[in-house]
Design a binder for this molecule. Structure first.
Ligand code: C2E
Ligand code: MG
Ligand code: MG
Length: 606
């Protein structure tokens, strides 16, 4: 009974067809036709049996008679449609009734196709194949749609919702929050110094580390509270009752968390602590022992706004404050933080003016004393800003500000020019043996044309005096391999190099011995802690290290005779600090060149 011409319809599925009819002749004929076309057939003689078989055998298509005992075909069809698998299953309803009402009734019950009896048996297998093919195409389309949605809304690395999803979900959740008079919280999590981990690990390993981090967070949070409803499905009323937590990855090393139905801000700070605790737990990853930390900014609705933009902005402000306060902590937004942000903006604008007006900024020079001679051997150039209204502003404050606003290259350039001109002004009396130390900002170091600018500004100076560039450990270590190349270039260009604030960063010894630096500057904090045994032993260790690597050592922040004495006795060859001299105008340094400072550190036994 096969149609010899239907070769075009031979496709590879060996489909299973469930034939349900109380008339055994119909079942027999249907089986004949379908089996000879390569399909398998299941038979049911009533609706009940049909549903059981549907459930157990998962047929690819259902052929249904309407008039049957127990359950009629319409009822069976409706029941099938209510199951998940049955939603898109092709169902063919066959009945003797050919009035338009019955046909409508069939389609309303969910039939894909409606046939009136008598069935044209010669064409049945063809019809069924067409229906299967249509169903297959539909399923493929649907799968594609799901895939597209996944791509559009989920981060492929962690499978967490992505930035777009985050914005959508935040908006939706904020609407519900307003409708139901609930509170919502947003936590923005940013891993601290991820670049320092990223660069040595490389792209692929960093990615898998992020995956591990995402999984850890997700696990920890899911224990604490369930996830919210899928934002792309209709919202289920009952989901509104309890707190839910959704973790998302908008990109990079950031994670966002939306917490719905909170009672108060304490729920949010508890979650933030949980996150910090989870990240702080030691982690062994590809043979590295890692301890991660993060900064977390928190904002909540309706307290901090009802619009997604406002909540995001404020969580971001809080995040900035958490970072500024030293990272590995959370901050809940409050208006004073916004004031800080605003103040920062104003200060930025003022700094721009200061760079143009030229009389607000100037340089001070702090002498450095060679302990073997007791005389000044160098100066560190330190920038100063006297603000017309606010007075003196510390470079520790405005250098990072300039860094963040892109003013730093202008400031850096200004500093080179000014140091050069300060020294040119005194060139008759300025001795060539003095080393001039200049601090470099992190961004300057990474700028492409940086070396050219340096040479341009400092070449004349450099021909007479040694110029030492100070870089912090953090800057060098943030991209150790790239730094190595740059440091070599700088050395080749004739500059001396110093690691500033040594001990506060993350230098690994293996790198340190390869870095072509001349000097270590012991951070003031270590000098300040001299006196007790642990403070002493750290400094002794740094000094021993410097000796082993044959480096000069400058101790910064020397304020007492005891410190100076200890440092000298342990072979620190250069001292810098208020005890010896404060940062002063260059002319004053010149006036002090003959002063012998050695009585300040040779107090004991000599
Ligand atoms: P730094 O490079 O570690 O500079 C040393 C800081 O310690 C200076 O602070 C100096 O005045 C201060 N200091 C020196 N002796 C003592 C002491 O005995 N006790 C105490 N408590 N402090 C002492 P300053 O001038 O406020 O500079 C702070 C930071 O700002 C510098 O730290 C440096 O990182 C940055 N900075 C300063 N000038 C420049 C500059 O021209 N360019 C760049 N990029 N950064 C600069
Ligand atoms: Mg310095
Ligand atoms: Mg320093």
């Amino acid at each position: 009974m096969t149609d010899p011409n239907d070769t075009d319809l031979r496709f590879d599925v060996s489909a299973t067809i469930l034939v349900c009819d109380d008339d055994p002749t119909v079942r027999l004929l249907a089986r004949e036709c379908l089996e000879s076309a390569g399909m398998s057939v299941l038979e049911a003689e009533n609706g009940q049996e049909a549903l059981t078989l549907f459930d157990k055998q998962q047929p690819d298509l259902v052929f249904l008679d309407v008039d049957m005992p127990l359950l009629n075909g319409f009822e069976v069809c409706r029941a099938i449609r209510q199951t998940e698998r049955g939603q898109s299953l092709p169902v063919l309803i066959a009945t003797g009734a050919n009035d338009s009402r019955s046909i409508d009734q069939g389609f309303e019950a969910g039939a894909t196709q409606y046939k009136t009896k008598p069935i044209n048996w010669a064409l049945l297998s063809r019809d069924v194949k067409y229906m299967l093919r249509a169903a297959e195409a539909f399923a493929a389309l649907k799968a594609q749609q799901v895939q597209l949605r996944t791509l559009a809304y989920y981060d492929p690395l962690t499978s967490l919702p992505n930035r777009r999803s985050f914005v959508d979900q935040l908006k939706k959740s904020l609407d519900e929050t307003a409708d139901h008079q609930r509170s919502l919280g947003l936590l923005m999590v940013d891993l601290d110094h991820f670049k320092r981990i990223h660069d040595p690990l490389g792209e692929a390993l960093s990615d898998s580390l992020l995956k591990v981090v995402a999984a850890r967070l997700e696990e920890r949070l899911s224990v604490y509270a369930p996830r919210g409803p899928d934002p792309h499905e209709a919202i289920n009323r009952s989901d509104l009752d309890d707190m839910t937590i959704d973790l998302m990855r908008p990109g990079g090393d950031e994670f966002n968390i939306i917490v719905r139905n909170i009672k108060d801000s304490q729920a949010l700070t508890t979650i933030a602590s949980l996150i910090l605790e989870t990240l702080n737990a030691p982690l062994i990853f590809s043979d590295n022992h890692l301890v991660l930390s993060a900064s977390v900014g928190i904002a909540m609705a309706p307290e901090h706004g009802l619009e997604s933009e406002a909540i995001i902005r404020r969580a971001n402000i809080a995040l900035g404050a958490a970072k500024l306060a030293g990272r590995n902590r959370y901050r809940l937004y409050d208006d004073s933080l916004a004031d800080d942000a605003e103040r920062k903006l104003r200060l930025e604008a003022d700094l721009r003016d200061a760079l143009e007006s030229s009389d607000q900024l100037f340089m001070a020079y702090q002498p450095q004393i060679d302990t073997s001679t007791g005389r000044i051997c160098g100066v560190e150039a330190l920038v100063r800003w006297s603000h017309p209204e606010l007075g003196a502003i510390s470079p520790a404050l405005f250098a990072p500000l300039a860094e963040g606003s892109g003013l730093i290259s202008q400031l850096g350039d200004w500093i080179f020019k000014r140091v050069d001109s300060d020294i040119q002004t005194l060139k008759e009396v300025f001795p060539s043996y003095l080393t001039i130390s200049i601090n470099l900002s992190p961004l300057q170091f990474t700028q492409a044309n940086f070396l050219e600018t340096l040479k341009l500004r400092l070449s004349e100076l450099q021909s007479k005096n040694a110029i030492e560039l100070e870089l912090t450990e953090g800057v060098i270590m943030s991209d150790a391999d790239d730094s190595l190349l740059k440091l070599h270039e700088l050395r080749k260009a004739g500059f001396r190099l110093a690691i500033d604030d040594f001990g506060t960063g993350y230098s690994s010894l293996s790198y340190l011995k390869d870095f072509p630096v001349n000097t270590l500057k012991i951070d003031q904090a270590f000098v300040a802690n001299l006196g007790d045994e642990s403070g002493n032993s750290i400094v002794r260790a740094i000094l021993a290290l410097a000796t082993a690597l044959n480096l000069d050592v400058v101790a910064e922040g020397v304020e007492t005779h005891e410190q100076a004495d200890f440092l000298t006795r342990h072979h620190c060859n250069i001292l810098q600090g208020f005890l010896l001299a404060k940062p002063i105008p260059l002319q004053n340094v010149i006036d002090m060149l003959d002063v012998d400072f050695s009585h300040m550190y040779r107090m004991q036994n000599s």
